[in-house]
Design a protein around this ligand. Structure first.
Ligand code: PHB
Length: 404
C-alpha cells in the first residue's frame, strides 16, 4: 500500500468510526439537513420575460408563507435566466444539475428549451417540475418518470376551442402563431376538433417568435376572407399582435379568438381596449370563484403592488405547492428519488384553478376546467370573463408509457 492510498484508507476508517460512534441516524440526518436547492430556469429577459416574472413571484409568495422552510430544511432558489435561447437554457440546466447539484428543477417557459433540456434531466434522474412550457411531446413520446408538469400541455387550452369556435363563432378561420413548437402544437390541437365540427382552415401563417411588425400578416388575414382568427401569441408578441390587429381595423369584421395566453393579465394592461371582445381558452382566470383563488388574488396583489395574478402566476403557485407537499410527505428526504417521485405523483390540493392533480399516466396536470373566456370591462378593468367551460381536460398522452 503506498502512502497516499494508506492515508486515504485511514481517513476513511476514521470517518467510518466516527459515524458508528455517533450512530448512523446522525449521519443520515446530517446529510439531509442542508438547504433544499431548487434550480429555476426561466426567461428573465426577452419576449416572455413577464411570464418568468409572474411564475417566480407566485413561487416566492408560497415559499415565503412557509418561512422558506420545509420539513426542517431551508428552501433555496437558484435562478437562471435562459434568455429565451435553447442553447443557453440547456447550458444553465447543466450548470444547475452538475455544479449546483440542485434537488429539484423548475421552468422553462419555452417549449424548445424544454425539449433541449429533456435528455439531460432524464439521464441524470433530476426531478423537473415544468412550470410553463407546453411541448406536447413531454406528455407523449418524450415523457419521463422524472418530469412533471403543473402548467398545461399545448394541446389542453386549444383542443376544446376548435369545436367551440366552429359552433359559436365561425367555420371560416385563419390560424396564426409564432413559428416554433408551441405554435405548431396549439394550432394542430385546435384543428383536431375544428375540422370534424365542419370548420374550414382558410389559411395558416407562422411569423417568427419575437416579431414586432405584424402588418404583412394582417394584410394576408384581411385578404383571406376569414370570418375569425384563432391565434397563439404570448408576452410582448401578444401585446403587439392584439394592438396591431385592432389598429389595422380588422376588429370590426373579423372575430379574434385564441389560446388564453393571448389576453392574460400580464399583457391586458398594455393591450388596453384593443383586447375587448377577444375570446380565448385557458384553465384559469383571476375571476374564479373559489376560496383558494380569492386568497391567492388578494395576497398576490398585496405583495406585488396591485398586480393581477395571471395563469403563469397560478402555475408558479401550484409548482411551489407541489414541491412543499411532496417534501413534507417524504420528511424532507431528497435522496430517495423514487420515493419523492411517488410522493409528487400523489399530491392533490385545492389550487386557485380548482382541484389540482397529476395524471399518473403522463405526469401532466389534469385541468379541472378549460374556460372559454371573453375580455370584458368589468370590476373596474379589463378581465377574462368565463362564458363556457369543459371539465377534466387531460392530455391524450399518446405514446407515453411510464415509468419511461
Ligand atoms: C411554450 O413555448 O410552450 C409556451 C410559451 C408561452 C406561452 C405558452 C406556451 O404562453
Amino acid at each position: 500500500m503506498d502512502k497516499v492510498t494508506r492515508r486515504k484508507f485511514l481517513g476513511g476508517a476514521t470517518l467510518a468510526a466516527a459515524g458508528t460512534a455517533m450512530g448512523p441516524w446522525v449521519l443520515r440526518a446530517g446529510a439531509q439537513s442542508g438547504p433544499i436547492k431548487i434550480g429555476v430556469v426561466l426567461p428573465y429577459s426577452g419576449v416572455y420575460a413577464v411570464l418568468g416574472e409572474s411564475i417566480t413571484q407566485a413561487m416566492e409568495l408560497v415559499f415565503a408563507r412557509e418561512g422558506w422552510t420545509v420539513a426542517g430544511r431551508k428552501i433555496e432558489l437558484i435562478k437562471e435566466d435562459d434568455e429565451m435561447q435553447p442553447p443557453v437554457g440547456v447550458r444553465k440546466t447543466e450548470k444547475l444539475i452538475d455544479s449546483d447539484k440542485v434537488d429539484i428543477l423548475t421552468g422553462p417557459v419555452h417549449s424548445g428549451i424544454l425539449m433541449g433540456m429533456r435528455d439531460k434531466v432524464h439521464n441524470s434522474k433530476t426531478i423537473l417540475i415544468v412550470s410553463n412550457a407546453g411541448a406536447d411531446a413531454i406528455s407523449r413520446e418524450r415523457c419521463s418518470k422524472w418530469i412533471f408538469r403543473t402548467s398545461f400541455s399545448n394541446w389542453q387550452p386549444c383542443q376544446p376551442m376548435g369545436d367551440w369556435v366552429a359552433k359559436n363563432v365561425s367555420k371560416d378561420v385563419f390560424l396564426t402563431a409564432p413559428n416554433y413548437q408551441a405554435g405548431k402544437d396549439m394550432m394542430n390541437a385546435f384543428k383536431e376538433t375544428f375540422v370534424p365540427a365542419g370548420g374550414k382552415v382558410v389559411a395558416e401563417d407562422y411569423p417568427k417568435l419575437g416579431e414586432t411588425d405584424y402588418a404583412p400578416y394582417l394584410t394576408k388575414i384581411r385578404q383571406s376572407g376569414a370570418k375569425a382568427v384563432f391565434a397563439f401569441y404570448s408576452g410582448t408578441d401578444a401585446v403587439n399582435f392584439v394592438k396591431q390587429f385592432d389598429q389595422f381595423g380588422l376588429k370590426q369584421s373579423i372575430k379574434l379568438t385564441g389560446a388564453g395566453f393571448l389576453t392574460e393579465p400580464d399583457v391586458l394592461p398594455a393591450q388596453g381596449k384593443s383586447a375587448l371582445g377577444v375570446i380565448t381558452g385557458h384553465f384559469y382566470t383571476p375571476l374564479l370563484d373559489n376560496a383558494t383563488n380569492h386568497r391567492f388574488v388578494k395576497e398576490f396583489r398585496d405583495k406585488y403592488f396591485g398586480k393581477m395574478p395571471d395563469g403563469f402566476a397560478c402555475q408558479g403557485y401550484d409548482t411551489a405547492e407541489v414541491i412543499l407537499r411532496a417534501l413534507k410527505a417524504v420528511n424532507g428526504n431528497t435522496q430517495d428519488k423514487d420515493k419523492l417521485v411517488d410522493a409528487i405523483t400523489k399530491v392533490e390540493f385545492d389550487s386557485p384553478r380548482g382541484r389540482f392533480r397529476f395524471d399518473p399516466k403522463t405526469h401532466n396536470v389534469i385541468q379541472p376546467f378549460i374556460y372559454v373566456r371573453e375580455v370584458r370591462e368589468v370590476y373596474g378593468g379589463l378581465n377574462n370573463v368565463p362564458i363556457d367551460k369543459v371539465a377534466n381536460v387531460a392530455d391524450p398522452g399518446t405514446g407515453c408509457t411510464l415509468p419511461a
